[in-house]
Design a protein around this ligand. Structure first.
Ligand SMILES: C[S@@+](CC[C@H](N)C(=O)[O-])C[C@H]1O[C@@H](n2cnc3c(N)ncnc32)[C@H](O)[C@@H]1O
Length: 464
């Protein structure tokens, strides 16, 4: 950073501009916008400066610059375009301790005037540190396009309600959230669209509700496989805004740490064979919380729509008339494959991949047609397969895959990740030999043999 960026208050303070031409007039315009009391020193001046002086809006001293002109000045500009005079202004200002800018002369300046994007009272300043002013102008143009023309109106609208909001939402974090939602939500959109009157009514109601939505919403969010930096930016933003987080067992602590500290957390985690909160009850919790007007994040391991029962929750919410949206997450198959260096499809090895559950249905009949899968030649990514490893190995071996490579990835992407490899016929022994008890994904197919050596544990003799 070549300069220290600050916004300097010049409201009602004297600023000196040496020079009477167009360059000086440009600085004068900016300074007047910021409320400065400007004195121009120049033997001759253009029409704009003369008119302003006549109207009493600026002081014009129609003579050469003198050191004494700097007396009491908060800032000084050298804008004469005459090297000797600008240098004199710079040296005198530095002697007097007045910050000085000489137009296009960084060597004579203490500060620069950046490219400015104005949505008063919002101001964005862009500088290239003098290295490439044209590039700074390009950046300014890009930002101009990004910022809504009525952004300033929105800032002033918010300012009108600051006192009232502070009174009803005294706690700092809650207030931050209140404003986050406001700027992100429909009232701000109304102000930007030019309907300030309608927005005032909505805002009064919103303030009276202390920032609660009139109608709540449930975001069914994929938390990924465990590593906190594998959640999406959208998931992270929603976690920061949520009032309530209803989460599963497989959601990593690091991911939960992304949530607001004061958000309510409801753990509805299911361990295998243990169902502390039945699915119907989870649906009821989501509906009830949303009906209280809250922003609910239903946080699920991996992707909500891959063996996540996200579909059932979405259906229940729709039936109850509750607004709901789904945010995808990185599913265990892709995450574990990446962590183990196993491409799920690979030229010459596998042209398809099937996500399949190894969990048996409630009856005796397997829910999966293993014979068809064995014939398909696709890579199989088996979720929840550890408990049924023996049965899966038996089924697939019976259908010709006994020698097919297999990789088991336990706690994929987490610090305690383990990758073990072998052949289908030894799958059960492999799982037992390594005591695989954490969540694990089983990859079956030629590609499993490509597991990265540095991610893989050497197979135990008993398991091969
Ligand atoms: C109920 S399913 C949920 C799957 C999740 N919706 C997804 O998209 O990854 C749970 C199973 O996903 C797999 N799984 C989830 N996270 C895993 C991880 N970090 N490492 C290995 N397997 C994982 C395991 O097979 C586990 O038994």
């Amino acid at each position: 950073m070549r300069q220290f960026p600050i916004f300097f208050t010049v409201q009602d303070r004297p600023v000196l501009v040496a020079g009477g031409g167009e360059t000086a007039a440009r600085k004068l315009r900016l300074l007047r916008k910021a409320g400065a009391r400007v004195t121009v020193v120049a033997p001759r001046a253009g029409t704009e400066i003369r008119d302003l002086a006549e109207a009493g809006a600026v002081t014009w001293r129609a003579r050469e610059f003198m050191d004494a002109d700097l007396s009491g000045a908060a800032l000084a500009y050298g804008a004469t375009g005459i090297d000797a005079v600008d240098r004199q202004v710079s040296e005198a200002a530095r002697r007097a301790g007045v910050p000085v800018n000489v137009v296009d002369r960084p060597d004579l300046s203490d500060f620069i005037t950046p490219a400015i994007i104005e949505r008063d009272p919002v101001t964005v300043a862009v500088s290239s540190g003098g290295a490439a002013p044209v590039l700074a102008r390009g950046v300014k143009a890009a930002i101009e396009r990004l910022l809504h023309p009525n952004l300033g109106t929105l800032a002033l609208f918010a300012e009108r309600f600051r006192g009232a909001v502070k009174a009803v939402v005294p706690e700092g974090r809650a207030r931050l959230r209140f404003w986050d939602r406001f700027f992100d939500g429909p009232i701000a959109a109304r102000v930007l669209a030019g309907d300030e009157r309608g927005a005032v009514e909505d805002m009064l109601a919103y303030v009276n509700r202390r920032g609660r939505e009139a109608n709540g919403i449930v975001h069914i969010v994929g938390a990924g496989p465990g590593a906190a930096d594998l959640v999406t930016l959208r998931a992270q933003r929603l976690l920061e805004q949520a009032d309530v987080i209803v989460h599963d067992r497989l959601v990593g602590d690091g991911v939960l740490d992304l949530a607001r500290r004061d958000a309510e957390r409801i753990d509805v985690g299911k361990a295998p064979g243990r169902h502390p909160v039945p699915q119907e009850e989870i649906n009821e919790i989501l509906i009830a919380q949303a009906r209280l007007g809250k922003r609910v994040v239903r946080l699920k391991g991996g992707d909500p729509f891959v063996f996540g029962r996200g579909g059932e929750e979405l259906q229940a919410l729709a039936d109850a008339g509750v607004r709901a949206e789904v945010v995808p997450g990185v599913t265990a198959a892709t995450a574990c494959a990446a962590a183990a260096g196993i491409p799920l499809t690979h030229r010459g090895h596998a042209s398809a991949v099937t996500f399949v559950t190894g969990h048996k249905g409630s009856g005796d009949a397997p829910v999966v047609d293993w014979a068809a899968l064995a014939r398909s030649g696709a890579t199989l990514a088996v979720y929840m397969g550890v408990g049924g490893a023996a049965a899966i190995a038996e089924e697939l071996s019976r259908h010709g895959l006994a020698d097919t490579p297999v990789a088991v990835i336990e706690n994929g992407t987490r610090p305690d990740q383990r990758v073990v490899t072998g052949r289908i016929r030894g799958l059960d022994a492999l799982v037992r030999a390594y005591g695989i008890t954490g969540p694990a994904l089983i990859v079956i197919g030629d590609v499993a043999g490509l597991a990265r050596a540095d991610a893989r544990r050497a197979p135990l003799a008993a398991a091969v």
